[in-house]
Design a protein around this ligand. Structure first.
Ligand SMILES: Nc1ncnc2c1ncn2[C@@H]1O[C@H](COP(=O)(O)OP(=O)(O)OP(=O)(O)O)[C@@H](O)[C@H]1O
Ligand SMILES: [Mg+2]
Length: 314
């Protein structure tokens, strides 16, 4: 059988609607999609994967949802019975969303092979959602099932382009969670709330041009992401996936309580009564600092800010 170099007609007409400007997938026709969604627990990563899976399933893909936490069968129907059935369903394409129940790397491997084989043989669009990516891919090279699962996922990413295999993987943190080749080759990134300032050094390069700061990432609410695509960088408020919207309550928009700029800081400070500031004696501050794991420098900066405020009020 002959295959042309780029043979992805579905990419030329498909569009993703992730809450920002519609993203035409023609931009991805020559590379395929390697999507990473990064954010802490409860940030909306699973919803993002399901939303994309639903949208692509309506536009010619078969979406395969790897479900390690058994949360998806109630939304999309019973999981496939085994790797053989998965292979048969990827051949017949009679269902456009398939759930694969795999709790760990060992359970994933035979399904992963079935997906690779189907992609090799049929070359019809498949979208694989790997939720809880850290269960199936690791930063360090591993032996055994974890190593094999990670290799298969790298194969999805590396060989997928010519086999119409598109990918979505979630990670809890921006560094050190998945195999580095996924981070190196991603071409659509959804970055949710980041709570750890030390990841900023690895994130900063992709945000430098768009003047986005760590505090902007830190202020993201559940369902909000910075979407970094071929089109550029955009903040999006992700819609709920249809199946999830039926059952999940929308997360209440929570106002962040930590001040993000000087005037917020100033207002927050003024709302603290004198008596409470005076109660922050050295031993109390030291104890709180130890509990919070502050550095000496942070402690000194905090102590002098406190003193300044007390002086200003005196
Ligand atoms: N786009 C959204 N808009 C409003 N609420 C949302 C959105 N996405 C998620 N939520 C809410 O947040 C909850 C958690 O979402 P989700 O399960 O997708 O997070 P997650 O990042 O996958 O978390 P975990 O790491 O624990 O699996 C949802 O049940 C829903 O209530
Ligand atoms: Mg999840």
């Amino acid at each position: 059988m002959k295959h042309s170099v780029i043979d992805r007609p579905e990419m030329l007409t498909a569009t993703l609607r992730l809450g920002g400007a519609p993203l035409p997938l023609s931009e991805y026709a020559t590379t395929g999609l390697l999507t990473l969604a990064v954010g802490p627990r409860g940030n909306g990563k699973t919803n993002a994967g399901l939303l994309m899976a639903e949208q692509l399933a309506e536009q010619g893909w078969v979406s395969v949802l790897i479900d390690p936490e058994s949360e998806l069968e109630s939304l999309y129907g019973d999981a496939v019975a085994g790797p053989d059935e998965l292979g048969a369903l990827l051949a017949s394409r009679e269902r456009s969303i398939l759930v694969v129940s795999a709790e760990d790397a060992a359970e994933f491997v035979p399904y992963g092979r079935a997906i690779l084989e189907a992609a090799d043989v049929h070359r019809k669009p498949i979208f694989v959602v790997i939720d809880e990516g850290q269960l199936f891919s690791a930063a360090k090279k591993r032996k055994g099932d974890m190593g094999e699962a990670a290799d298969i996922i790298n194969d999805f990413a590396g060989r997928g382009r010519k086999r119409a295999l598109d990918l979505f993987v979630t990670a809890l943190r921006y560094t050190g969670t998945l195999h580095r080749s996924l981070f190196a080759n991603k071409n659509l990134t959804l970055i949710g709330c980041q709570e750890d300032p030390t990841v900023w050094s690895s994130l900063a390069p992709q945000f430098r041009a768009s003047r986005i700061e760590f505090s902007d990432l830190n202020a993201l609410a559940p369902g909000e992401f910075f979407c970094v695509s071929r089109r550029g960088t955009e903040k999006v408020k992700m819609p709920m996936a249809a199946a999830l919207a039926k059952v999940a309550p929308k997360a209440a928009a929570v106002r962040r309580t930590l001040p993000a700029n000087y005037s917020q800081w100033d207002r927050a400070m003024r709302e603290i009564p004198d008596a409470r500031l005076q109660a922050l004696t050295d031993p109390v501050v030291n104890l709180l600092g130890i509990v919070a794991g502050l550095s000496t420098q942070q402690m000194l900066a905090g102590a002098s800010a406190l003193q300044d405020e007390l002086d200003a009020r005196a």
